[in-house]
Design a protein around this ligand. Sequence first.
Ligand SMILES: Cc1ncc(COP(=O)(O)O)c(C=O)c1O
Length: 436
Amino acid sequence: MNNKTLMEEDLTYIFHPCTQMKDHEKIPLIPIKKGKGAYIYDFDGNKYLDCISSWWVNLFGHSNDYINSKIKEQIEVLEHVIFAGFTHKPAIDLAKRLVHITPEPLKKIFFADNGSSAIEIALKMSFQYFKNKNESRPLFVSLENSYHGETMGALAVGDSGLYKDVYSDILLKTVQAKSPSLRDEDEALEDMKKVLKKYDGKVSAVVIEPLVQCAGSMKMYNPSYITKLRTICDNAGVFLIADEIAVGFGRTGSMFACEQAGISPDFLCLSKGITGGYMPLSCVLFTNNIYDAFYCDYNEGKSFLDSHSYTGNTLACAVANAVLDIFENDNVIEKNAEKIKLISELTKPLANLNNVKEVRQRGMICAIELQGYDAKQRIGLKFFQEALKEGIYIRPLGNVIYFMPPYIITNEEIKKMVSVVERLLLCNNLSKGVLR
Ligand SMILES: Cc1ncc(COP(=O)(O)O)c(C=O)c1O
């Protein structure tokens, strides 16, 4: 078996996510044979440093020995059981631990199996909370440039035309308020107040990606926006949903991004890093006040009847507990601080290059925004291809190159990752859109 034969077989049958399949006439699909630590290995013997944690999910490396041991332990006992009417120890342990490490008012948890579903649950619950109190509030407010997933509700609160526009006729109606930036948040806060006033009594919730709009080109903003937004939502009597699916579990330098703003949302959506990149799992944490709005006799018709077959999957919960063990035992957040500093020292000077518009960083997320390239050049794709030849796997978002590596990345690997991108930034041929 080699890359070519597997690629051909794959392309005979499979339609891949977020992919124009015709691209693979020119760009080889890469069959991965194994992963270990920060590296993935293909069938031709090449290895690649996974600088984006396989779509931001991998925290402690591929095929992590500790997580492997815990999944093996669990698989011998129970792999999965229906989660309605039954429960299991890994889910109970995980729920207890998550409630303990998230902000104080979040006391209850609802499990699902991917990030988009967690968003759907938070939207449905916030709408139904008001419905159960005889109020109809059909609107949700989100930020410009936001991304919350691909299911219909999640797409509707997102603001990326690339993913959303084609479905506009069949999506929920939502309203987007201006996004804050690192330089200015006042305009965004004023706009949010205006929107909430305009739609007074019609809005169930405001949904945000705290600190970093990841899929939206890694746009960043300050914690103070979230602190002030919390007050605005309270004054307007609407829920605040924090989508920490991408930024939770240490990505922004603290365990959860909302910690930096010193606030608690009404709903906190988590996924991706929750299982360290092993298993699909997501959850929504919320307050007792919200829980109580659904707690009544069955025949009152106020139950929250959302369900997914793999809700609270036992293996996934066991893996998530192993991930939390590593956070607790290895001082991950403290140790990451040094890596965050090194990434910052190495990437800051890149801002002086002619073809770099901005270098921005929040914790273990660092983005380099390019300038001077025509969108049709697909410069990000060229960076991807060239970096791959040097054993570095990046997946730029348009003209934004970013690093979001697993936390086990070493200082040497960080240096290699940045130096390869620096060389490509200096490469004249790339700027002319010609591959070497
Ligand atoms: C902020 C945010 N919310 C939601 C999602 C959707 O998660 P999933 O891809 O697991 O459905 C993503 C995925 O990238 C995300 O970045």
